[in-house]
Design a protein around this ligand. Structure first.
Ligand code: FE
Ligand code: FE
Ligand code: ZN
Length: 278
């Protein structure tokens, strides 16, 4: 089954976001559990959560993806920023534990001049305190475009974070197609090669989700500017290969393209038409 969804707003609650996903022919969705700028999260409403659970048991929605606030930087030079990131992360995990089958995607962080190695150490130290053996949520490190001092542009960086995390079965990777392309991995002309590289460095068993975006500026731009499906430097042909690739085709795909809900609906329709179902 093709698992495809988009980033939707949680403002009207969990049941409504599920219904909205279904209304655009999606069978998963991504959401911000709180404002992407941080701050306090809305209280969870138990009835709303049971309605989402019910919806998920009666429909094809099987897994959902939370995206951590952008302000989270576990690799910051400032202790205050790191502590704030830790608190938001911890609170998000506590809340996600109450939601049905979900994963939590976050940007590994920016080392702001301390160096990649130091950044990786700070991130993995925090993760070791944050990840509990009995938590339900799988945490995903997102592949990054390499803007500024972002960690996670290279597969090796993600791998060394994972290596340092003790609780092994709660950590994976979300591959963002715009980010990896911007970061220098040529998924347009050598998708097989990039996937092989991912497999040999991190291992494909760690790959749990795809952010499916076209890229406005393209290979090696390090810009991280998403484009609508087919309208960017990746183009429709490459995206068709990605959704049908034998190593990727069964993963959940999430659109983060510059669209409103109607635009997502059109892209999902387009992608469903290009997906080879087996
Ligand atoms: Fe992201
Ligand atoms: Fe992304
Ligand atoms: Zn991005």
């Amino acid at each position: 089954m093709f698992t495809i969804g988009a980033h939707l707003s949680i403002n009207k609650g969990f049941e409504n976001i599920g219904l909205e996903a279904l209304s655009i022919d999606a069978n998963t969705f991504q959401f911000f559990p709180r404002s992407p700028r941080g701050g306090k999260a809305k209280d969870l409403v138990p009835e709303d959560i049971s309605k989402l659970e019910e919806l998920m048991s009666n429909t094809d929605i099987d897994v959902i993806l939370a995206h951590a606030p952008y302000v989270i930087n576990l690799a910051s030079k400032s202790e205050k920023t790191r502590n704030n990131a830790y608190e938001l992360f911890e609170d998000d995990l506590k809340r996600l534990d109450q939601l049905p089958n979900n994963m939590y995607n976050f940007h590994p962080g920016s080392h702001v001049g301390q160096g990649v190695e130091k950044g990786i150490e700070l991130i993995s130290d925090s993760l070791n305190k944050l990840i509990k053996e009995d938590q339900k949520t799988t945490i995903l490190l997102e592949t990054m475009a390499g803007k500024g001092t972002e960690i996670g542009r290279k597969f090796e960086e993600l791998d060394s974070i994972i290596e340092k995390v003790d609780v092994d079965d709660k950590i994976g990777v979300c591959l963002d197609t715009c980010h990896v392309y911007d970061g220098g991995y040529d998924i347009k002309n050598d998708l097989d090669g990039v996937i092989d590289e991912f497999d040999s460095i991190i291992g494909l068993d760690r790959l749990k989700a795809i952010h499916l975006n076209d890229s406005k500026f393209g290979l090696n731009s390090h810009k991280d500017r998403h484009e609508k499906i087919g309208l960017g430097e990746l183009g429709l042909e490459a995206i068709t290969e990605i959704i049908n690739h034998r190593s990727l085709k069964d993963l959940p795909f999430y659109l983060e393209t510059p669209n409103d809900v109607a635009g997502y609906q059109e892209e999902i329709k387009l992608l469903r038409g290009l997906k080879i179902e087996d």
